[in-house]
Ligand binder design. Sequence first.
Ligand SMILES: CC(C)(COP(=O)(O)OP(=O)(O)OC[C@H]1O[C@@H](n2cnc3c(N)ncnc32)[C@H](O)[C@@H]1OP(=O)(O)O)[C@@H](O)C(=O)NCCC(=O)NCCS
Length: 377
Amino acid sequence: LTVVEFTPGLENIVAAKTSICHLDLESHRILIRGYDLIELAQKASFEEAAYLLLHGELPTHGELEDFSSRLRRERTIPNDVYEALRRLPKNTHPMDVLKLGIAALAPWDPDLDDNSHQANLRKAERLVAKLAILVANGWRITREKPVLQPAADLSFASNLLYMITGAVPSPREARIFEQTLILYIEHELAASTFAARVVGSTLSDIYGSVEAAIAALKGPLHGGANEKSMEMLLEIGSMENVQAYIEGLLERKQKIMGFGHRVYKRGIDPRAEMTKDLLKHLSQDRGQTLYYNMADQIQMIMASKKQLYPNLDFFIGPLYYLLGIPIELFTPVFAASRVTGWTAHFIEQQDENRIFRPRALYTGHRYRPYLPVEQRG
Ligand SMILES: CC(C)(COP(=O)(O)OP(=O)(O)OC[C@H]1O[C@@H](n2cnc3c(N)ncnc32)[C@H](O)[C@@H]1OP(=O)(O)O)[C@@H](O)C(=O)NCCC(=O)NCCS
C-alpha cells in the first residue's frame, strides 16, 4: 500500500477527471465546456447553458427549440408526490421538502434503473425541469399556499420566479434572475457535486445522486451561505452598525457567511463580481440601495482586515431578497440551477466509472482484547 499524505477536506487533491468545468485561476475564468461562465451569463439563456452542460455543445436554433419544449413538457409532478409532501410538518425546511420530493419522484421515472448514457440524459433533463417545480410548489404546499401550474409561455427562469412569487416578473427582473441561475449552474467539484459523483460511482441511480447533492448543498458552509448573508444584513439593519457588527464577529472568531472560498483564496470569485453589479443595478431600479451599500462596506472591511473576498452567495442573498424571493428559498433556487451540473457530472462519472473508495488515516485505539461485560470497570 502506498501511503499518500493526508489532506483535510481533500484540499488540492484531484479526485476526478472532467471535461465539464475548469476553474482557470491564471486567467481568472470559469470555463464551462470551454466557454467562459461570465460570458454565458451575459449572453446566453439558462436553457442554452443547461443544454451546453448536458450535451457538451451549444445548441443550434433547432436543438434549442426542441430542448426547451422537452423541458416545458416535463414541468409536471405526479399528484401522489404532492400528496407525500402534504404530510410533512408545516415548518419543514424547503431543502428537506426538496429531498423528499426528489425521492418520491424517482419511482415514477420509467428509466430509473437504466444507467445507459441516453437514459441518464433523459432523466437529467426531467430532473432539471421538475426540480424547479418542486422548489416552488413543495414550498407552497408546506406553507399552505395554493399550488401553481407552470406557465407554458414562460422561460425556465421566468417561470420559476413566477411560481415562487405568484406574479409574472418584468423582463428585466426575469433576466437578472436568469443570469444568477446561469452563474449557479456548475462549479467543478463543489461538495454537493462530489457527493453526486460518489453516489454515481456505485452505479446507483441519478435520483439518489441528486438527493445526496441536495443534502450537501443544504449546509451553511456550501449553499446555505446565501440565506445566512441576507439574514446578517437584516440583523445589521443600518449603515451605522456595519463596522461594529463585523468587527465584533471577527473578534469572536465567527465566520462571515458569503466570504472565503476553498479555491479562490487570493482574489474575488469571478461570479461575485458579476452578482455585485447585478445587485447594484437592481437596487438602483428599486431605489433601495441600503443592502448594496452595506454589502459593499462589508466587502471593504473584510478585504482590509482579513484579506478575505466575497463568494457568489454574498451578493445573491440581497439580490434575491429584492426580487421578492423568501429567504428560505434561496438555497433551493441554487439547487434548481445546480441540478444541471450535478446530473452532467453523474453522467460523466458513469460513462467512465471507477468506484470512489479512498482510505482513512486511523487515529483510534490499536487492538484491544474484548472483555465480557461483568469484567468491565
Ligand atoms: C468557504 C469555506 C467553507 C472555505 O473553507 P476552507 O477552505 O476550509 O477555509 P478555512 O475555513 O480553512 O479558512 C482559512 C482561514 O480564513 C478564515 N475564514 C475563512 N472564511 C471565513 C469567513 N467567511 N469569515 C471569517 N473568517 C473566515 C478561517 O477562520 C481561517 O482562519 P485561520 O487560519 O485564522 O483559522 C469558508 O471560507 C467558509 O466557511 N466561508 C463561509 C461560508 C460560505 O460563504 N460558504 C459558501 C462557499 S461558496
